[in-house]
Design a protein around this ligand. Sequence first.
Ligand code: SIN
Length: 503
Amino acid sequence: MRAEPAQGGILIVGAGLAGLYTALKLAPHPVTLVTAGHLGAGGSSVWAQGGLAAAVGADDSPEEHLADTIAAGAGLVDEEAARILCTEGPARIDDLLSLGVPFDREEDGTLRLGREAAHGRNRIVHVGGDEAGATIMRVLTEKARQTPSITVRERCIAYELLTEDGAVTGAACWDAEAGEALAIPAHETVLATGGTGGLFAVTTNPLHAQGHGLTLAYEAGATLRDLEFVQFHPTGIDIGRDPAPLATEALRGEGAVLRDVHGRRFMPELHPDAELAPRDVVARGVALAIKTTGGAFLDAREAIGARFPKAFPTVFEACREGGIDPRVKPIPIAPAAHYHMGGVLTDTDGRADIPGLWAVGETASTGVHGANRLASNSLLEALVFGARAARALPRNGAKEDGTAAEPALPARPAANLAPLRRAMSDSCGLLRDEAGLTALLSQIEGDRAKTLGGALARTAARLVAEAALARRESRGAHQRTDFPDQDAPRHSLTRKPDGVRFA
Ligand code: SIN
């Protein structure tokens, strides 16, 4: 395996918002940033429509944002981490403003603040209506390209963490440009590989979001937390596209309503907040409407109508491609895997529990989301904890030793994950039970598609399903039809070779 010359000892795996922002915050300290695709091209961050939640309004406060975050998290939010999120959030919005992110403004020049489910205030900042992720990533990507301390390796897939005496010492990567394996040595390795939506048949995530970071950390011996908590977005646009385009929750924030196939609103009878109930409640309501009436729809005709193309250009374009004009027709929808609350256990600076390893963004479990993430807290988490990790990461000298063992996994074509994704949606989706999860785990164990992507994804899927089987209660995004009640709040912890335990 070829060894990369060291770049100051910090390696960041993943170039979504969390990885990119961490790299920028580390400047001028040198970092190597590896991305499986092209810089700025992919990742869930680019697709984020919702914006960022932050207490920047005159009538708002970090304490109120914190209270909403804790309430949404169904008993498992780490209060210290969430307080950091809500308190440091406004400074991160200022950072983006100073980098030139053109947040939407009111006529008087103040930031326009939108509403999303389970927020007690209007506190979501947007860009171009529903283009926050794409615009922020464009601005940061440009900045990264002008930052000489950031060495970017594109089309470079980390498939194994290098370890020495229990410490992470870099990563073995497949360099798809050169067609060879590459050892990148590092004193500190930061995982920023995104979520797990690509493990499910219906998802709003890019398909390569397959939990690779979870597998890498697990195989290296780190602890993972709360893997069973996968958030399903209620309004994936159901037009047969994979991944499913998202119809942002901001539409419901502006008054769009949900209807079944008979045109009847079904949310008011399910929750006092109706369409703005917590996301897991709305997702289950949509699934029930589909099951019992044959379809569910998001109706924005009255609330948004003719304003649609300008107010929500991304959603409008997706609908148009699916042959739907949302100004005059309700949008067909289905719940879609959207966000993974669980991840690599970290402290409030992004430090994992083995030396040399860190995690930021969706890959991490900082504790801020608990069992159910509050809408638009995820981009904020990437910024707040990316900045904190950048402050805390030791600035060691370059690592001298660039050697590493031969890669265990030669490059192969990507696996056909369709059967695995179907099985995950059927048995580890919105509603779960012991029989389904047990059958799913046997299927995963029996699936011997020995390909690079397949191996990493299969392990991640197994870890999520094992945690879902172990949690014998219903809480937040994890609903067990065979255990509908709630126990005392406990976190699930997964570590090799012990399996899942609760604490
Ligand atoms: C949305 O726009 O509905 C998604 C926002 C989020 O997931 O935080």
